[in-house]
Unconditional design. Structure first.
Length: 206
């Protein structure tokens, strides 16, 4: 006796379909296909088809360094005027100087890396309050070294001011080479009152 399958066609029936070959997915679509498979067999087992990848460390760029330099908390420059006590004479060499002359070093952490930034005074802008201004590489000096002076031509009250411009350099880590930072940073000090008066001749004797 010959037995046939349920469909009556036996094992040689042309209607039977052969199993399809497994699909191989490469590239970015592989994880998406795996997720679909995981949904289909959810609950059957705990399987990880696409293990999580560790994010790559962001690259520290020169733009990051420049931004940190621009935001560096640099001290406000102090302006010293001689003669002292805020009084000078008309048509007299009034002396200006500042003690902000040394480079400043600050260490910051950027994207997990230790970065040392050095700010070096490069230019000094003296605003005298009477419409005149001057930029020098010289920070001036106390009397009698009159290196940065100004003469007020009229009596009156003036507000002098100093701004210091810094060049920047940086290094990554403790032993890295120093590299220049493009651009400069300027820090302006507060205005300082100054009164110019005319000298009055006084007879003191013969």
């Amino acid at each position: 006796m010959r037995h046939t399958g349920a469909g009556g066609g036996g094992g040689d029936s042309p209607s039977a379909s052969a199993p399809s070959a497994p699909a191989i997915i490469l590239g970015a679509g592989a994880c998406g296909a795996a997720d679909g498979l995981a949904d289909a067999i959810r609950g059957a087992s705990e399987a990880t088809f696409c293990p999580g990848t560790t994010p790559t460390q962001p690259t520290l760029t020169l733009a990051d360094i420049r931004r940190a330099f621009a935001e560096l908390p640099l001290p406000t420059p102090t302006l010293v005027i001689q003669p002292p006590d805020g009084v000078t004479l008309v048509n007299f060499d009034t002396n200006f100087y500042t003690a902000h002359t040394a480079p400043l070093t600050r260490t910051v952490t950027l994207l997990g890396q230790r970065v040392t930034i050095r700010a070096t005074p490069a230019a000094y802008t003296w605003t005298y309050g009477d419409g005149a201004a001057r930029t020098t590489a010289d920070p001036g000096a106390p009397y009698p070294d009159l290196r940065v002076t100004h003469r007020y031509e009229r009596k009156g009250v003036y507000r002098a001011r100093l701004a210091v411009t810094y060049d920047g350099s940086y290094r990554v880590g403790q032993g890295g080479p120093w590299r220049a930072i493009p651009g400069r940073v300027t820090v302006a000090g507060a205005p300082q009152g100054l009164r110019a008066v005319e000298a009055t001749p006084t007879l003191v004797g013969y």
